[in-house]
Design a protein around this ligand. Structure first.
Ligand SMILES: *Cc1c(COP(=O)(O)O)cnc(C)c1O
Length: 376
């Protein structure tokens, strides 16, 4: 069965029980395919799954069983992973800005791989978790995170020595907004230089974290990154006994989830368009799409009969909250649908369930996997 057929079954079963809420459909096999693809393309780089992208327990357990580690940013995320009986060794606490109580929690639980990008943060870690294995995050592509690899990084490496902190290596997070495929090879070159600098101070670094930001929708883009990563490792670290990890989030989950939403109102508007209102929202699963203007792809699941042939009409799809900015798609030519029909949006696995709010009393909490339809 494909996702459309599964969704249709869930709609029928739910509607027969008066449940007309929007819901997610999870194709867990897709996560497995992505993991296997990763391992095949960049076998030297162990993925530590970024929990923030989607914390679905089925996904987290599958990745655990496949051998992934986890990238956590808070006490709560760490505890979610520990609940799955994951070895603390397989967790990296990668938020470079941490509350003291969260540092203490990671010390208590033995999550010792911790990142930092500034002197005050290093001193904070020293005070509350002096035997942590610290990882310095380099490159400041935005303003918020990272340190300058030329001016600041050497100073911070030296500071680790002065404070007697156990610096194990470096991390960088290129992020998902670059199309420059050679960026990883250059990042490895910079990493090599800083490793060499550390060695002149008598420090032996052996850990590299290449971050996340890999989209999983178009694998040809990932292939280009993989080539650059492999080239960088080959060129600068082939002879070294270094552990290399990454923090992919969206890559594993983006294509694995779809969201089914019902058209709850259709009306002609004064500007000549058709307005549709659906039981989802930019405050629920469409926040990231709204912030980053991502292209939405959807299919129609018809549950109503029309008296006439559906026409191609200029349409806008609005979300269900009372905020007037709550628009999902604007001014698009669309095949006419009716009130009661469903729209199934694809590639909705990343930054949807974890960023959903309960604004206006709405929150999409239903995630069905393919297997669930037997038990509905
Ligand atoms: C958000 C984030 C990730 C995961 O990013 P994706 O784009 O989902 O792969 C990994 N590392 C850091 C430091 C992050 O902030």
């Amino acid at each position: 069965m494909d996702v459309l057929q599964v969704t249709e079954k869930i709609i029928d079963k739910n509607l027969s029980k008066d449940n007309d809420d929007a819901f997610f459909v999870l194709d867990i096999e897709e996560v497995k395919r992505k993991y296997e693809y990763w391992i095949q393309k960049i076998p030297r780089v162990v993925p530590y799954y970024a929990v923030k992208s989607n914390d679905d327990v089925r996904v987290m357990k599958l990745l655990r069983d496949l051998g992934a580690g986890y990238d956590c940013a808070s006490k709560k995320e760490i505890s979610q992973v520990l609940e799955l009986n994951v070895d603390p060794n397989r967790i990296i606490y990668s938020n470079t800005i941490k509350q003291v109580s969260h540092i203490k929690y990671s010390a208590e639980k033995g999550i010792d791989k911790i990142t930092f990008d500034s002197a005050p943060e290093l001193e904070k870690i020293k005070q509350h978790y002096s035997n942590a294995k610290v990882v310095l995050r380099i490159f400041n592509l935005g303003l918020k995170f990272g340190c300058n690899h030329e001016t600041e990084a050497p100073k911070l490496i030296k500071l680790c020595k002065e404070l007697d902190m156990n610096l194990i290596g470096l991390s960088f997070h290129i992020g998902s907004f670059t199309n420059d495929h050679t960026v990883y090879e250059r990042a490895f070159e910079t990493t090599r230089k800083l490793f060499d600098y550390a060695e002149t101070l008598g420090m032996k670094l052996n850990f590299i974290d290449i971050g996340g930001g890999f989209a999983g929708k178009d694998l040809s883009i990932f292939d280009n990154y993989a080539a650059s990563i492999n080239a960088g490792i080959e060129k600068y670290f082939s002879l070294n006994d270094v552990e290399i990890i990454s923090e992919p989030g969206r890559f594993f989950v983006d294509t694995a989830f779809s969201v089914a939403t019902q058209v709850i109102l259709k009306k002609p508007s004064e500007d000549g368009q058709i307005y549709y209102y659906i039981n989802e929202s930019i405050y629920m699963s469409f926040l990231t799409m709204f912030l980053y203007k991502e292209n939405l792809k959807f299919s129609v699941i018809r549950k109503t009969k029309t008296e006439h042939e559906p026409k191609e009409l200029l349409s806008t799809i609005w979300g269900c909250t009372c905020n007037s900015m709550d628009k999902i798609i604007g001014n698009r030519m669309m095949t006419e649908v009716e009130m009661g029909d469903w729209l199934l949006f694809f590639n909705m696995g990343d930054y949807t369930t974890t960023t959903s709010t309960k604004f206006n009393g709405f929150k999409n909490v239903n995630v069905y996997s393919f297997e669930d339809i037997e038990n509905l």
